[in-house]
Design a protein around this ligand. Structure first.
Ligand code: PMP
Length: 447
């Protein structure tokens, strides 16, 4: 059944499917009880997952783009277990209490994060990291006699989490619907389009529109995922940095998804030699094995936060859990030992080449759009020619063939964010299933 005796699960597969159907509320769905059930996974090795019925799935998304070293790494599970045996829990609140793993990890992060980032605040996930970053930007101005300098600029086609701050930050109208008022003091500029000149100008225009005396920060992913995994033009980030400096606006790089090797550099912003003032990290920091987020800031930001002596009344109970910090340290060890960033660069290029080759026999794929930035791999579907229905149906076929694939831009882009360590035979297997899914969709739609 795929259920090991050691998992503590005694229910039979069909019972588990029933429990899920009756009692589990799935995020990012409309809670339709009649919707087709998804797979219920029981185990994983590498990029392969086994569901309760014993079927094997290929994970082209590394879970939520976090399982960067693949499933089934005993080393990470063992370090979590031994840490829990030493110290089940530790906090960072009040009186500067801490624990050895948080202390060690902060020193490690100070050495590997972009130049200037050397102060760290612990959380549990990307949403709270974004929340922390926003609060830090506002707090540092409010407590330094600039109470009006609190506006935060983000971008459309972005994602920054589900808390009210994160949802307000996110540039997606669907995230702003049906939840009552969002936070005020946010606005969104357009994404840079690859190849266009001066797209960073949109930030300066927005700062001038809002008034520099009102703008605290610009927050963005160095490479946007929802926008379709396009790498921005070379001059974009250096220009953004210069604009932020000109108007005393903090630059917040949201590296929750792109950090820790995903973009073919330890941090995506390193690709442009730009240092942010604030850096959000989560997901692959623990290779997905335990929840953790960390917000890094420069000493200059820390000093601004401390200047007034006011208390920063913020933090979450499970932030910087000992086991999560220990797993993060072990993840960084493995990344260095196995040259995981190099693997991501080589594997991503190979993946994009194979998609480009598939486009030779599948006209729906726009061959020229096959792209990879590290292990952020994508290709566009010609839905203007083939119709939107194709985009919906092809994802049903992916699920039927048990391959997990991401969809962006209303199904116009299919994306792959697999483990950075994915082997070529697994890339081939994913591309083959993608090809079969496209053929099946063509046959069923008669196109
Ligand atoms: N920021 C970015 C860039 C993300 O991709 C995500 C999650 N996909 C988040 C923030 C929110 O993280 P979480 O889901 O862990 O709350």
């Amino acid at each position: 059944s795929g259920l090991g005796a050691s998992t503590g699960i005694t229910a039979a597969p069909d019972e588990l499917i029933g429990f899920d159907r009756r009692h589990v509320m799935h995020g990012f769905t409309n809670f339709d009880r009649d919707a087709a059930p998804g797979p219920i996974f029981a185990s994983g090795r590498g990029v392969r997952l086994i569901d309760v019925d014993g079927n094997e799935w290929l994970d082209g998304c590394a879970g939520q783009a976090n399982v960067s070293l693949g499933y089934g790494r005993d080393e990470l599970a063992d370090v979590a277990a031994s840490t829990l045996k030493s110290l089940a829990f530790g906090t960072h609140f009040y009186h500067n209490r801490s624990h050895v793993w948080a202390s060690q990890l902060a020193d490690r992060l100070a050495h590997i994060t972009p130049a200037g980032i050397d102060q760290f605040f612990y959380g549990v996930g990307g949403s709270d990291a974004v929340e922390t970053a926003i609060k830090i930007a506002r707090f540092s101005n409010i407590t330094n006699g600039r109470p009006e300098k609190i506006h935060i600029i983000g971008r459309m086609n972005s994602y920054h989490g589900v808390s009210y701050g994160g949802a307000s930050m996110t540039g997606d109208r669907a995230m702003w619907s049906n939840i009552g008022p969002l936070l005020s003091g946010f606005s969104h500029i357009a994404q840079p389009e690859s190849g266009s000149v001066g797209s960073a100008q949109a930030l300066e225009d927005e700062i001038l529109r809002v008034g520099p005396e009102n703008v605290a920060a610009f927050l963005a992913e160095p490479i946007s995922t929802p926008n379709g995994l396009y790498c921005p033009p070379d001059d974009y980030w250096p220009q953004i940095r210069a604009i932020c400096d000109r108007y005393d606006v903090l630059l917040i790089a949201d590296e929750v998804l792109v950090g820790f090797g995903r973009a073919g550099a330890l941090f995506a912003i390193n690709r442009w030699n730009v240092s942010p003032d604030i850096l959000t990290m989560s997901k692959a920091i623990t290779a997905g094995y335990l929840p953790l987020s960390v917000v890094g800031v420069s000493s200059r930001v820390r000093e601004a936060l401390a200047a007034s002596g006011e208390k920063f009344v913020h933090g979450v109970t499970y932030g910087g859990h000992p086991a999560a910090c220990a797993v993060a340290l072990a993840t960084i060890d493995i990344m260095e030992r196995e040259d995981v960033v190099g693997q991501a660069l080589r594997g991503g290029d190979y993946f994009a080449q194979q998609l480009s080759r598939l486009a030779d026999s599948q006209d729906i794929l726009d061959k020229s759009s096959a792209r990879a930035t590290g292990m952020m791999v994508a290709i566009n579907l010609k839905l203007d020619e083939y119709g939107d229905e194709f985009g919906v149906r092809v994802h049903e076929e992916f699920a039927r063939r048990r391959v997990l694939v991401r969809s962006y831009r209303n199904n116009r882009t299919i994306g792959f964010l697999p483990a950075l360590t994915i082997q070529t035979e697994d890339i081939d297997a994913i591309v083959e299933r993608v090809g079969e899914s496209i053929s099946a969709t063509r046959a069923s739609l008669g196109v």
